[in-house]
Ligand binder design. Structure first.
Ligand code: DHB
Ligand code: MG
Length: 631
């Protein structure tokens, strides 16, 4: 499997782009002409630089406004082509992309274009070069790969072929299955990009909003299945025009790109097993069954504070690690760990971020297979020195240099709580205030990092993504999107992307020095009973404004007594046609960490997004630095 990426997809100067691309594992690059023009080195030097990085040049692009020109423009276009052929010789690449003309003076007609390409084929052949024709979605006469293919077919020249670009085909909703009848050897290169579904001008959409396959909403898998079914076995080349990527981290974007191609082809080969493209075999997407535990790191002083908060939430200290300063707190099926070790990874995480939920475990069917898949998708495996008595729990690095552990039912992993922990309480599964399971974990990250992590989770795990919702914080916008295991209701994780530091989420990032789990949500089967039990334990709920309840009553036509009960218990409420949702929030702890208790009734599948602005406003009121009343 040969992977390639257009230089335009990556931020930085030419050398920085190349080094990021090579490090991420690509085998080639498309040289986008403007990147080359902006860089002050001879074509031969640039070619050498590329090869010194172990990369080859898969394509030189784009050559614009070639076909259909009336004389005298036509002659000039051919002169221009010859100059670019010279350049390609010096760079050391044999493939040029011609995109369909947008020139207002270009004439239409498949045969006229085919004749131009036949002549171009002759000229290219003399130099041992090849030319591929790509239909831009906004091309003047040709804007459909089926027409571009007809031009190439009629040009009937060995040195002229077709270039397919998923964006141009899928943005126009052209059926990708129309590709299946094209001979694979006439497809000279395939360019891949995804995009979010936004209804806007095609050119603007293409130049600003493309993203990596799997990050957007276009049927790129269907497209690539059709391409692979033709017998195509050339490079898979990413061509991503994206405003955020241009300003992002070259390394992260390149790594995302490589991961996106491996993930894409893994899906393709499972559905088209006879393709020619060699795809590395890997275990299937991991079924995430549940959150097995969440682990906090804290100093000894802060442990006491955090443990007190957990106590008011109904958790009991049930066990202590036999060899380490690690304590286990339980309630229902929920396990929380506080790690106060003074060396090792947890401690470094504490030094950088303060008290934080730096790790979590996921219950899977086969932890070894999970690690293998994650590894093949470029995730870094995580391990720490351990005592001989300690079990090796397979783990990877996750969001914000947090850790994700995998636990399965193999004897060693299933018994880790018994083998490594000493009970300190006679009741290992306290009922507490009635919290039963994790409902979801919420990770906060910078908005521009969200695609990275959504791709990371979706490539490794068998999860669906919910649509992105905008949450208005008085300090700016926060965008929120959830991933959920396909097997309904087992594993849920919400990602919140903060655009700036003034939002509550943005402050968490700034003060905690990076992305991480900002809140943990637990389920109860009876929110009112839990609210009473919480009060009895001295739990302080996040106070919610009276206005919210007046509106709630009006909006949903609630019975006033019911609305009063919600208000008296600071319970937030939402309802849709599938069911109801009840939420109680804790006050924030430390740099903005908090807890949520939810009850889902019926088949409510959301996260109370309409309530988020009021929750945030309440949190901000409490954390005002001006010393005004705290609640
Ligand atoms: O936006 C463009 O002009 C452009 C240029 C070359 C391509 O391969 C492409 O897909 C788009
Ligand atoms: Mg293209």
């Amino acid at each position: 499997m040969r992977t390639s990426i257009a230089t335009v997809s990556i931020s930085g100067e030419f050398p920085e782009k190349l080094s990021a691309i090579a490090k991420a594992g690509f085998s080639g690059v498309e040289i986008f002409e403007n990147d080359f023009l902006a860089y002050d080195a001879s074509p031969a030097d640039v070619g050498r630089m590329v090869r010194d990085h172990g990369l080859d040049i898969t394509l030189f692009q784009p050559f614009r406004d070639f076909e259909g020109m009336p004389e005298p423009h036509r002659a000039r276009v051919f002169d221009r082509v010859e100059r670019k052929f010279d350049l390609m010789g010096e760079l050391g690449t044999d493939l040029m992309l011609v995109c369909s003309s947008i020139s207002p003076i270009a004439l239409g007609g498949i045969d006229r274009a085919a004749a131009d390409f036949a002549e171009l084929g002759e000229r290219a052949a003399k130099r041992g070069l090849r030319v591929g024709y790509e239909a831009l979605a906004w091309g003047r006469h040709v804007h459909d790969h089926r027409d571009a293919w007809e031009v190439v077919r009629r040009a009937n020249h060995a040195n002229i072929g077709l270039i397919l670009d998923s964006f141009h085909t899928l943005s126009r909703k052209i059926d990708p299955n129309s590709i299946r009848s094209i001979p694979g050897d006439k497809i000279f290169i395939v360019q891949l990009a995804d995009a979010p579904l936004i209804d806007m001008d095609l050119l603007y959409w293409s130049r600003h909003f493309r993203n990596m396959p799997g990050e957007g909403e276009l049927p790129v898998v269907e497209f690539m299945r059709a391409v692979a079914a033709t017998g195509y076995n050339g490079p898979l080349s990413l061509e991503i025009f994206n405003d955020q990527f241009r300003g992002g981290s070259a390394r992260a974007i390149a790594e995302d790109g490589h991961r996106s191609l491996i993930y894409l082809m893994d899906q393709v080969v499972r559905q088209e097993p006879d393709i020619k493209i060699p795809v590395p075999a890997m275990p299937e997407r991991v079924k995430a069954k549940d959150v097995a535990f969440v682990e906090f790191t804290a100093s000894k002083d802060e442990q006491a504070e955090l443990a007190a908060l957990l106590h008011t939430l109904g958790f009991e200290h049930t066990a202590r690690h036999k060899l380490r300063n690690v304590d286990l707190y339980q309630q229902g099926d929920i396990r929380l760990i506080i790690n106060t070790e003074e060396e090792g990874f947890a401690n470094s995480s504490y030094s950088v971020h303060g008290t934080n939920a730096y790790a979590f475990g996921i219950k899977v069917d086969d932890a070894k297979a999970a690690i293998k898949r994650a590894h093949m998708l470029g995730a870094a495996t995580f391990s720490e020195p351990r005592y001989p008595e300690e079990v090796l729990i397979p783990a990877i690095e996750g969001v914000g240099s947090g850790v994700i552990y995998f636990l399965d039912e193999t004897p060693e992993l299933a018994s880790v709580w018994q083998s490594e922990f000493e009970p300190v309480s006679s009741n290992p599964t306290p009922v507490g205030v009635g919290l039963k399971r994790f409902d979801h974990l919420a990770q906060t990250t910078r908005y521009d990092e969200m695609p990275t992590w959504l791709l990371f989770y979706s490539a490794i795990f068998n999860v669906n993504r919910t649509p992105m919702v905008d949450v208005v914080d008085p300090g700016g916008l926060v965008r929120s999107q959830a991933i959920e295991s396909v097997e309904q209701g087992c594993f849920r994780l919400t990602m919140n992307g903060a655009e700036n530091r003034k939002t509550f989420a943005g402050k968490f990032l700034a003060e905690g020095f990076g992305s991480g789990i900002q809140h943990l949500a637990f389920t109860t089967d009876d929110i009112f009973a839990t609210a009473d039990a919480l009060k009895a334990r001295g739990f302080q709920a996040l106070p919610i404004s009276r206005n919210y309840y007046d509106d709630l009553e009006a909006r949903f036509g609630l019975d006033p007594d019911f609305a009063d009960r919600l208000r008296d218990n600071a319970i937030l409420y939402d309802r849709d046609d599938k069911g109801e949702y009840f939420q109680i929030y804790s006050r924030t702890y430390g740099e903005g960490l908090f807890f949520e208790i939810v009850e889902r009734r019926g088949h409510y599948a959301g996260y109370g997004a309409p309530n988020a602005p009021f929750r945030i406003a309440a949190q901000r009121r409490l954390s005002r630095p001006d010393g005004l009343p705290k609640g």
